[in-house]
Write a new protein. Structure first.
Length: 351
């Protein structure tokens, strides 16, 4: 562990930038919804005129986990097949793509990573309509894309992205609710800022205690909650020095389950939809192996506290918000500084 990453005993969890930035997510998203309303309406008008046959997302890191969430929302609510682009196809292999009739969505905090920009440029040349979800509004990505939806998360100084990730999910849900004229999603969206504030107050101290000395763990999600598992696994790596791997609740049984035994820690994210029965069954399988199980669920027995009655589409956002507060505390408990992970920078520019 780098000496620069070790915290002084006097620093408390609420003093970190990660804590302060994550705590602001509810107000960030409330302001985003209001400011973006006319932009989203204009974007939807253009999208309906373009009538894409499919969607491709392009992103790295936390933004790519937001793209996972977007995939499930686009496919379940709009019926549009959505896939994730490999930026190296363009930036390294220089392969041309045939993307006529495709909506190409680039997601980025900084909007200046060379591989992302190369991918968007090639997508436009290939006939795609490009849309950027980006936090820095005057970035090269924002200038290049046909449609821009700002994240409006403001400056984020902690290396670990928190409010910008949740702002991305909020912007995706805003777009889908208007594009599909989905009254159910619109109602959930209206309650999202308040629900995020409630999620921030949930006590997950048992996870801090249970993972303080852990070396490995699985993080499990399913369906629209899989992106939350990916995001949590990344944050545990970068802020806590903890080797965490994300799996779908379906995929974990195809091999990875073999290493789960007594005391092996598992963190699961569940939502109240058609994936719940399978998740409940998986929890029982883990418990039968005497694994150390932590599950964020409204209805599975022995669960961590969550916001009750949340729409399944926003439940993963709320779980991540509660997770961020826990991860910040766990980082400190393990002797790390969540704002300055070893060997990492805030903006990573890849080719």
């Amino acid at each position: 562990m780098s000496s620069a990453s070790v915290l002084t005993p006097r620093l408390q969890p609420e003093e970190t930038l990660m804590f302060q930035e994550a705590a602001s997510a509810s107000s960030v998203i409330a302001q985003q919804f209001e400011a973006n309303a006319p932009l989203v309406a204009a974007a939807v008008e253009r999208l309906k005129a373009f009538a894409p046959r499919s969607i491709v997302t392009c992103a790295r890191g936390s933004s790519d986990h937001a793209a996972t969430y977007a995939k499930y929302l686009f496919e379940t609510r709009l019926g549009l097949v959505t896939s994730s682009a490999a930026p190296s196809i363009t930036s390294i292999y220089f392969a041309k793509q045939q993307l006529e009739g495709t909506l190409y969505i680039a997601i980025s905090q900084s909007g200046k990573s060379p591989d992302l920009l190369a991918s968007v440029e090639q997508a436009k040349a290939g006939g795609a309509l490009t849309l950027a979800l980006v936090n820095v509004e005057d970035s090269p990505l924002a200038q290049m894309a046909d449609i821009v939806i700002p994240l409006r998360a403001g400056s984020e100084k902690s290396v670990a992205a928190t409010k910008s990730y949740l702002a991305t999910l909020g912007a995706i849900m805003h777009l889908v609710s208007e594009w599909g004229n989905d009254e159910e999603l619109k109602a959930a969206l209206k309650n999202l800022p308040q629900s995020l504030a409630q999620a921030w107050e949930k006590d997950w101290q048992s996870v801090v205690d249970g993972l303080k000395d852990a070396r490995n763990l699985f993080v499990i999600g399913r369906g629209i909650g899989f992106g939350a598992a990916q995001e949590a696994a990344l944050k545990l790596k970068e802020t806590c020095g903890l080797h965490a791997e994300a799996f779908s609740a379906a995929e974990v049984k195809h091999g990875p389950m073999a290493i789960v035994g007594e005391g092996f820690p598992v963190l699961l994210f569940a939502q109240q939809d058609k994936t719940l029965a399978g998740m409940d069954s998986l929890v029982e399988d883990f418990r039968a192996r005497n694994a150390k199980v932590f599950v964020a669920s409204e209805s599975i027995s022995g669960s961590l506290p969550v916001v009750a009655g949340a729409h399944p589409a926003i439940a993963p956002m709320l779980a991540v918000q509660s997770f961020y507060r826990m991860a910040n505390a766990l980082s400190i408990a393990r002797g790390y500084n969540p704002d300055e992970p070893p060997h990492l920078r805030k903006v990573t520019e890849t080719m």
